[in-house]
Design a binder for this molecule. Structure first.
Ligand code: XMP
Length: 225
């Protein structure tokens, strides 16, 4: 029996894609996934109209992946422009607490939008600067107290380490499919959700892929895999 889905589909359009392609995807996957993450390509290509049109089709968790890393007033101003259509936004942890994530979190709490903070990234370059600073980023995260963290399925030991600290934050793990991790790698290491983009959105039959990942996830969660 398949329970609640742990898939968040990353919607990153490519230049020239028609909005209808993405709206059809949102419509067809809405009942099968936990939510959708709207990347900058989608937001720049289709603007708030694209987001609004998606919202009309689906009431799942919508995450704006703005990867905010600015001073607080600019982050607050940015979020205020999009907050009507989303449930959560992603910001970078390295931005720091004072004058950055502190006031962003206060603002998001006041409008009931969730904050998701990037702890570590899925690409190899994350090991240059971000990962060596992970302890300090975690200090920031503990002060900010976000709803969720992003940690990479491509380096599952980071997810396990974060989970072993007994933190209550949701862990969202990208890096599945095209970036090399396999569906289930994030959940098996302790993540709550897997963020999956092209592996689903560019598949000939996205519904089939989603159904098979949901099945795999439910087996992991039931301890059978
Ligand atoms: P693919 O197509 O590779 O897309 O499955 C992955 C999606 O996840 C985003 N991404 C990240 N977001 N921290 C984040 O906050 C990360 O480490 C990270 N790695 C990938 C990427 O923007 C795309 O939407």
């Amino acid at each position: 029996m398949i329970g609640v889905s742990r898939i968040i589909v990353a919607l990153d359009s490519e230049r020239g894609d028609k909005l209808s392609l993405w709206l059809n995807l949102v419509d067809s996957l809405c009942g099968r996934v936990a939510g959708f993450k709207f990347g900058l390509p989608f937001l720049l290509q289709y603007g708030l109209d694209g987001l609004r049109a998606s919202r009309l089709l689906c009431d799942n968790m919508f995450i704006a992946d703005l990867k905010l890393a600015d001073i607080a007033p600019i982050m607050v101003n940015t979020v205020s422009l999009i907050s009507d259509y989303i449930d959560a936004i992603i910001a970078h942890g390295f931005t720091g607490f004072r004058g950055g994530l502190d006031r962003l979190k206060e603002y998001l709490d006041s409008i009931s939008v969730k904050l998701i903070v990037v702890a570590s990234m899925s690409h190899p370059g994350s090991m240059d600067v971000i990962d060596p600073s992970l302890d300090r980023i975690m200090d920031v995260i503990l002060k900010v107290n976000p709803w969720g963290l992003v940690a990479p399925a491509t380096r599952p030991e980071i997810i396990s380490m974060l989970r072993s600290r007994g933190l209550k934050y949701k862990i969202l793990s990208p890096g599945i499919g095209v970036q090399g991790a396999k569906p289930g790698d994030g959940l098996r290491s302790g993540a709550d959700y897997e963020i999956i983009g092209r592996f689903i959105t560019r598949a000939p039959n996205p519904i089939e892929v989603v159904d098979s990942i949901n099945l795999e996830h439910s087996m992991i969660l039931e301890g059978k895999n």
